[in-house]
Design a protein. Sequence first.
Length: 232
Amino acid sequence: MSDEEDIILSELPDDELVQQMHDDLYDGMKEEVEEGVTILLDRKWEPYKVLTEALVAGMKVVGEDFRDGILFVPEVLLAAGAMKGGMAILKPLLAESGAPQQGKMVIGTVKGDIHDIGKNLVSMMMEGAGFEVVDLGINNSVEAYLEALEREKPQILGMSALLTTTMPYMKVVIDTMIEKGIRDDYTVLVGGAPLNEEFGKAIGADGYCRDAAVAVDMAKEFMDRKHNQMAG
Ligand code: B1M
């Protein structure tokens, strides 16, 4: 029997449990990560704290070792699967805040990019804050975004990109919106690990969101401004 099998997660104190969950996430152990999430919730941890401290922080280590060539795609896929398992438990809890209806957002990962964990997190948090979210998934072309805007009539368009090679595509989408004369009909928020504030400005987005919590704050702020404009 390995050491791993000897560990009883529910007997660990919080800090050791969180550390163990980071290790389990790293090793792609979905069931263990799910169990850890459930234990922390039973211990009255806020869902958002479980999300950020146990899951997102663990994924950071995976990202660093992926970058450094210590982990490879198959292992990272397993880690991503474990992360998604934990997120699925938190999703209804984050979404059931009872917050008043705020507005609507269409969100998707850009063309050529299949990373969706961050986008899914943003969707979850936005729903939790009272936004209706239409998630277009991954690998979205300009046409897919524009069709969704036309169909769904949201106030906000969110785009996610995790690769330096795909982030310029956000500008393609915004430029096409300008060409079609619809740019100012929407608030465009962008996010993803390789982006920054400067990039957001350079491509003409309304806001760059460092993380999901910032996305929610910005979306609310823009909705408030819209309401004030309409009232004024
Ligand atoms: Co990929 N990958 N990956 N990967 N991957 C990165 C992004 C990378 C930085 C890893 C590294 O080298 N350190 C690197 C990119 C390097 C670069 O471009 N400079 C990389 C690479 C190279 C690749 C491949 C090319 C590898 C290969 O095939 N050789 C390949 C590309 C495939 C493709 O897209 N065409 C690839 C594949 C994969 C997997 C499939 C194995 C898997 C994705 C699984 C999935 O998403 N379903 C994967 C993963 C998991 C990662 C890392 C390790 C983790 C990403 C993640 O989920 N983070 C990542 C390393 C890293 O980011 N440090 C990496 C957790 C998530 C919560 O954070 O996505 O940043 P994040 O989202 C945050 C914020 O950014 C923000 O809020 C989120 C929540 O707080 N945010 C938004 C994100 N989107 C937003 C949208 C908004 C607002 C905020 O709209 C309003």
